[in-house]
Design a protein around this ligand. Structure first.
Ligand SMILES: [Mn+2]
Length: 321
Protein backbone atom coordinates (compact mmCIF):
# COMPACT_ATOMS: atom_id res chain seq x y z
CA UNK A 1 0.00 0.00 0.00
CA UNK A 2 2.77 2.45 0.92
CA UNK A 3 4.52 1.85 -2.43
CA UNK A 4 1.27 2.15 -4.36
CA UNK A 5 0.59 5.52 -2.73
CA UNK A 6 4.15 6.73 -3.41
CA UNK A 7 3.65 5.95 -7.12
CA UNK A 8 0.25 7.60 -7.10
CA UNK A 9 1.61 10.74 -5.43
CA UNK A 10 4.45 10.85 -7.97
CA UNK A 11 1.96 10.72 -10.85
CA UNK A 12 -0.15 13.49 -9.34
CA UNK A 13 2.94 15.66 -8.93
CA UNK A 14 4.20 15.03 -12.46
CA UNK A 15 0.78 15.86 -13.92
CA UNK A 16 0.17 18.87 -11.68
CA UNK A 17 0.12 22.22 -13.45
CA UNK A 18 -0.25 24.39 -10.41
CA UNK A 19 0.71 22.52 -7.23
CA UNK A 20 0.93 24.24 -3.84
CA UNK A 21 2.59 22.86 -0.71
CA UNK A 22 1.56 23.48 2.90
CA UNK A 23 3.95 22.97 5.80
CA UNK A 24 2.48 22.22 9.23
CA UNK A 25 1.21 25.26 11.17
CA UNK A 26 4.02 24.67 13.64
CA UNK A 27 7.18 25.27 11.64
CA UNK A 28 9.95 22.82 12.48
CA UNK A 29 12.82 20.98 10.87
CA UNK A 30 10.60 18.13 9.76
CA UNK A 31 7.63 20.04 8.33
CA UNK A 32 10.00 22.38 6.47
CA UNK A 33 12.65 19.82 5.53
CA UNK A 34 10.18 17.36 4.03
CA UNK A 35 8.31 20.07 2.06
CA UNK A 36 11.51 21.65 0.74
CA UNK A 37 13.03 18.31 -0.31
CA UNK A 38 10.00 17.59 -2.48
CA UNK A 39 9.99 21.22 -3.70
CA UNK A 40 13.62 20.69 -4.74
CA UNK A 41 12.68 17.59 -6.75
CA UNK A 42 9.88 19.46 -8.52
CA UNK A 43 12.23 22.36 -9.22
CA UNK A 44 14.47 19.88 -11.09
CA UNK A 45 11.34 19.13 -13.17
CA UNK A 46 10.92 22.83 -13.92
CA UNK A 47 8.12 23.42 -11.39
CA UNK A 48 8.73 26.05 -8.73
CA UNK A 49 6.14 25.28 -6.05
CA UNK A 50 5.16 27.81 -3.39
CA UNK A 51 5.38 26.39 0.14
CA UNK A 52 2.87 28.02 2.48
CA UNK A 53 4.05 28.52 6.06
CA UNK A 54 1.75 29.93 8.76
CA UNK A 55 4.39 32.21 10.32
CA UNK A 56 7.78 33.71 9.39
CA UNK A 57 10.68 31.25 9.11
CA UNK A 58 12.75 31.10 12.34
CA UNK A 59 16.38 32.19 12.03
CA UNK A 60 17.81 28.68 12.39
CA UNK A 61 16.11 27.49 9.18
CA UNK A 62 17.01 30.49 7.03
CA UNK A 63 19.85 28.65 5.34
CA UNK A 64 17.86 25.59 4.31
CA UNK A 65 17.96 25.00 0.55
CA UNK A 66 14.92 26.45 -1.29
CA UNK A 67 13.76 28.31 1.82
CA UNK A 68 13.04 31.28 -0.51
CA UNK A 69 10.11 29.26 -1.93
CA UNK A 70 8.32 29.58 1.43
CA UNK A 71 5.68 32.25 1.81
CA UNK A 72 3.26 33.40 4.51
CA UNK A 73 1.07 35.00 1.82
CA UNK A 74 -2.35 33.34 1.91
CA UNK A 75 -3.30 34.94 -1.41
CA UNK A 76 -1.40 32.13 -3.20
CA UNK A 77 -4.51 30.03 -2.53
CA UNK A 78 -6.62 32.40 -4.61
CA UNK A 79 -4.95 31.22 -7.82
CA UNK A 80 -7.83 29.79 -9.91
CA UNK A 81 -5.91 26.81 -11.31
CA UNK A 82 -4.56 25.05 -8.19
CA UNK A 83 -4.88 21.35 -8.98
CA UNK A 84 -2.75 19.63 -6.31
CA UNK A 85 -2.18 20.58 -2.65
CA UNK A 86 0.39 18.60 -0.69
CA UNK A 87 0.40 18.91 3.10
CA UNK A 88 3.48 17.96 5.14
CA UNK A 89 3.74 16.77 8.74
CA UNK A 90 0.32 18.14 9.69
CA UNK A 91 -2.22 16.14 11.68
CA UNK A 92 -4.59 19.07 12.22
CA UNK A 93 -7.42 18.79 9.67
CA UNK A 94 -9.07 22.05 10.79
CA UNK A 95 -5.92 24.08 9.96
CA UNK A 96 -5.95 22.66 6.42
CA UNK A 97 -9.73 23.02 6.08
CA UNK A 98 -9.53 26.74 6.82
CA UNK A 99 -6.86 27.24 4.16
CA UNK A 100 -8.70 25.14 1.56
CA UNK A 101 -11.77 27.33 1.94
CA UNK A 102 -9.82 29.94 -0.03
CA UNK A 103 -9.25 27.63 -2.97
CA UNK A 104 -11.93 27.97 -5.66
CA UNK A 105 -10.80 24.99 -7.78
CA UNK A 106 -11.21 21.44 -6.53
CA UNK A 107 -7.62 20.28 -5.99
CA UNK A 108 -6.42 16.83 -5.03
CA UNK A 109 -5.27 17.03 -1.41
CA UNK A 110 -2.29 14.82 -0.59
CA UNK A 111 -1.62 14.35 3.11
CA UNK A 112 1.92 13.16 3.93
CA UNK A 113 2.54 12.64 7.62
CA UNK A 114 3.58 10.34 10.47
CA UNK A 115 1.46 11.63 13.39
CA UNK A 116 -0.61 9.03 15.17
CA UNK A 117 -3.44 11.54 15.55
CA UNK A 118 -3.69 12.36 11.81
CA UNK A 119 -7.37 12.18 10.77
CA UNK A 120 -6.67 11.27 7.09
CA UNK A 121 -8.24 14.43 5.71
CA UNK A 122 -6.77 14.14 2.19
CA UNK A 123 -7.90 12.36 -0.96
CA UNK A 124 -4.52 10.65 -0.81
CA UNK A 125 -3.24 9.89 2.69
CA UNK A 126 0.32 8.69 3.03
CA UNK A 127 0.36 8.59 6.83
CA UNK A 128 3.02 6.20 8.14
CA UNK A 129 2.77 6.20 11.91
CA UNK A 130 5.95 4.22 12.59
CA UNK A 131 8.05 6.52 10.40
CA UNK A 132 10.45 8.53 12.57
CA UNK A 133 9.73 11.71 10.62
CA UNK A 134 7.74 12.92 7.62
CA UNK A 135 11.18 13.37 6.05
CA UNK A 136 11.60 9.57 6.26
CA UNK A 137 8.32 9.17 4.37
CA UNK A 138 9.59 11.53 1.65
CA UNK A 139 12.88 9.62 1.59
CA UNK A 140 10.91 6.44 1.00
CA UNK A 141 8.94 8.26 -1.74
CA UNK A 142 12.25 9.05 -3.48
CA UNK A 143 13.47 5.48 -3.19
CA UNK A 144 10.20 3.90 -4.34
CA UNK A 145 10.11 6.15 -7.40
CA UNK A 146 13.84 5.67 -8.12
CA UNK A 147 14.58 9.35 -7.62
CA UNK A 148 18.08 10.27 -6.50
CA UNK A 149 17.73 13.30 -4.21
CA UNK A 150 20.04 16.23 -4.93
CA UNK A 151 22.54 17.18 -2.25
CA UNK A 152 20.17 19.97 -1.23
CA UNK A 153 17.17 17.66 -1.01
CA UNK A 154 19.23 15.17 1.02
CA UNK A 155 20.20 17.98 3.42
CA UNK A 156 16.53 18.99 3.81
CA UNK A 157 15.52 15.39 4.58
CA UNK A 158 18.33 14.93 7.07
CA UNK A 159 17.14 18.14 8.78
CA UNK A 160 13.72 16.55 9.24
CA UNK A 161 15.19 13.32 10.57
CA UNK A 162 17.58 15.08 12.98
CA UNK A 163 14.82 17.34 14.24
CA UNK A 164 12.24 14.68 14.98
CA UNK A 165 14.73 12.25 16.53
CA UNK A 166 16.59 15.01 18.47
CA UNK A 167 19.74 14.05 16.55
CA UNK A 168 19.06 10.30 16.75
CA UNK A 169 18.60 10.16 20.50
CA UNK A 170 14.88 10.02 21.33
CA UNK A 171 12.43 7.13 21.10
CA UNK A 172 11.51 7.96 17.47
CA UNK A 173 15.03 6.83 16.55
CA UNK A 174 14.61 3.46 14.90
CA UNK A 175 16.28 1.37 12.23
CA UNK A 176 14.36 3.29 9.59
CA UNK A 177 15.77 6.60 10.83
CA UNK A 178 19.37 5.42 10.83
CA UNK A 179 19.03 3.65 7.50
CA UNK A 180 17.57 6.75 5.85
CA UNK A 181 20.22 8.96 7.47
CA UNK A 182 23.12 6.82 6.24
CA UNK A 183 21.74 6.84 2.70
CA UNK A 184 21.25 10.60 2.84
CA UNK A 185 24.86 11.06 3.98
CA UNK A 186 26.03 9.00 1.02
CA UNK A 187 23.92 11.27 -1.17
CA UNK A 188 25.83 14.27 0.13
CA UNK A 189 23.65 15.62 2.93
CA UNK A 190 25.58 18.22 4.94
CA UNK A 191 25.11 16.84 8.45
CA UNK A 192 27.37 19.33 10.23
CA UNK A 193 25.34 22.25 8.82
CA UNK A 194 22.16 20.54 10.00
CA UNK A 195 23.37 19.84 13.55
CA UNK A 196 24.90 23.30 13.83
CA UNK A 197 21.72 25.05 12.71
CA UNK A 198 19.44 23.02 14.91
CA UNK A 199 21.26 22.32 18.13
CA UNK A 200 24.24 24.68 18.45
CA UNK A 201 22.27 27.87 18.21
CA UNK A 202 21.16 28.90 21.69
CA UNK A 203 21.87 32.44 22.80
CA UNK A 204 22.85 33.09 26.43
CA UNK A 205 19.50 34.82 26.96
CA UNK A 206 17.62 31.79 25.67
CA UNK A 207 19.60 29.53 28.00
CA UNK A 208 18.80 31.86 30.92
CA UNK A 209 15.11 31.38 30.15
CA UNK A 210 15.67 27.62 30.06
CA UNK A 211 17.43 28.09 33.41
CA UNK A 212 14.25 29.57 34.90
CA UNK A 213 12.34 26.52 33.71
CA UNK A 214 14.98 24.17 35.14
CA UNK A 215 14.79 25.89 38.54
CA UNK A 216 11.04 25.41 38.61
CA UNK A 217 10.99 21.69 37.88
CA UNK A 218 8.40 20.02 40.08
CA UNK A 219 8.32 16.31 40.62
CA UNK A 220 5.24 14.16 41.02
CA UNK A 221 6.86 10.85 41.88
CA UNK A 222 3.53 9.01 42.13
CA UNK A 223 2.80 9.78 38.50
CA UNK A 224 6.45 9.55 37.48
CA UNK A 225 6.11 13.00 36.00
CA UNK A 226 7.94 16.32 36.13
CA UNK A 227 6.42 19.66 35.25
CA UNK A 228 7.78 23.11 34.59
CA UNK A 229 6.54 26.34 33.03
CA UNK A 230 7.46 29.63 31.39
CA UNK A 231 5.40 32.83 31.43
CA UNK A 232 5.34 35.72 28.92
CA UNK A 233 7.21 37.78 31.50
CA UNK A 234 10.08 35.24 31.56
CA UNK A 235 10.36 35.34 27.79
CA UNK A 236 9.86 39.05 27.25
CA UNK A 237 12.07 40.29 30.09
CA UNK A 238 14.95 38.29 28.64
CA UNK A 239 14.27 39.68 25.14
CA UNK A 240 14.12 36.30 23.44
CA UNK A 241 11.68 35.08 20.83
CA UNK A 242 9.53 31.99 21.29
CA UNK A 243 11.46 30.29 18.47
CA UNK A 244 14.71 30.68 20.41
CA UNK A 245 13.46 28.79 23.44
CA UNK A 246 11.81 25.99 21.47
CA UNK A 247 13.26 22.58 22.20
CA UNK A 248 13.11 22.74 26.00
CA UNK A 249 10.83 19.71 26.33
CA UNK A 250 13.03 17.69 23.95
CA UNK A 251 16.09 18.67 25.97
CA UNK A 252 14.46 17.67 29.27
CA UNK A 253 13.28 14.41 27.72
CA UNK A 254 16.87 13.66 26.77
CA UNK A 255 18.43 14.33 30.16
CA UNK A 256 15.89 13.56 32.89
CA UNK A 257 15.56 10.25 34.73
CA UNK A 258 11.78 10.70 35.05
CA UNK A 259 9.43 8.84 32.74
CA UNK A 260 7.11 11.63 31.70
CA UNK A 261 7.31 15.39 31.58
CA UNK A 262 5.23 18.40 30.70
CA UNK A 263 6.27 21.94 29.87
CA UNK A 264 3.66 24.70 30.04
CA UNK A 265 4.29 27.97 28.29
CA UNK A 266 2.24 31.11 27.79
CA UNK A 267 2.01 32.04 24.11
CA UNK A 268 2.01 35.59 22.71
CA UNK A 269 -1.63 35.04 21.62
CA UNK A 270 -2.81 34.61 25.22
CA UNK A 271 -3.00 30.82 25.39
CA UNK A 272 -1.08 28.18 27.33
CA UNK A 273 0.80 25.60 25.29
CA UNK A 274 1.43 22.24 26.91
CA UNK A 275 4.19 19.95 25.59
CA UNK A 276 4.27 16.33 26.74
CA UNK A 277 7.09 13.82 26.46
CA UNK A 278 7.29 10.28 27.80
CA UNK A 279 9.52 7.24 27.60
CA UNK A 280 6.74 4.68 28.12
CA UNK A 281 3.30 6.35 28.14
CA UNK A 282 1.11 7.17 25.14
CA UNK A 283 0.91 10.93 25.67
CA UNK A 284 -0.86 11.45 22.33
CA UNK A 285 -4.02 10.20 24.06
CA UNK A 286 -3.75 12.88 26.76
CA UNK A 287 -3.09 15.55 24.10
CA UNK A 288 -6.01 14.38 22.00
CA UNK A 289 -8.36 14.50 24.98
CA UNK A 290 -7.58 18.23 25.20
CA UNK A 291 -7.96 18.88 21.47
CA UNK A 292 -4.28 18.53 20.58
CA UNK A 293 -2.31 15.78 18.94
CA UNK A 294 1.06 14.29 18.18
CA UNK A 295 2.94 11.05 18.60
CA UNK A 296 2.89 8.31 21.25
CA UNK A 297 5.97 9.69 23.03
CA UNK A 298 5.80 13.37 22.06
CA UNK A 299 2.56 15.32 21.89
CA UNK A 300 0.98 18.60 22.87
CA UNK A 301 -2.12 20.72 23.15
CA UNK A 302 -3.16 24.33 23.69
CA UNK A 303 -5.39 25.65 26.48
CA UNK A 304 -7.16 28.60 24.82
CA UNK A 305 -7.46 31.99 26.51
CA UNK A 306 -5.56 31.05 29.61
CA UNK A 307 -2.59 32.17 31.59
CA UNK A 308 -0.33 30.76 34.27
CA UNK A 309 -0.78 32.11 37.74
CA UNK A 310 2.11 31.70 40.13
CA UNK A 311 1.96 32.33 43.85
CA UNK A 312 4.73 33.25 46.25
CA UNK A 313 5.85 29.64 46.53
CA UNK A 314 6.30 29.42 42.78
CA UNK A 315 3.49 26.95 42.37
CA UNK A 316 1.59 27.35 39.16
CA UNK A 317 -1.95 26.83 38.00
CA UNK A 318 -3.79 27.49 34.76
CA UNK A 319 -6.38 30.26 34.97
CA UNK A 320 -8.93 30.65 32.19
CA UNK A 321 -9.53 34.20 31.02
MN1 LIG B 1 7.38 15.21 12.13
Amino acid sequence: MESYLHHQIHNHLLNARHPVFISDERIDGDSLGSALALADYLAQQGKIVPVYVASPIPEQYQRLPRIHQCTTDLSIFEHPNIDVVVVFDCSDASFIQKILERVSSDPIVINIDHHKTNSRYGQVNQVIVDAPATAAVIHQFFETNHILPSRDAATCLLTGLCFDTTAFSNSATNERALDAASKLLLQGARIQDVIQAMFHNRSISALRVWGLALERLEEDSKQGMITTYLTRKDIEQNHVSDDEIDGLSNFLNLVTDMDTLQVLRETPEGHVKVSLRSLTKDVSKIAQAYGGGGHMRAAGYVISNARLVCDAHQCWRVEHQ
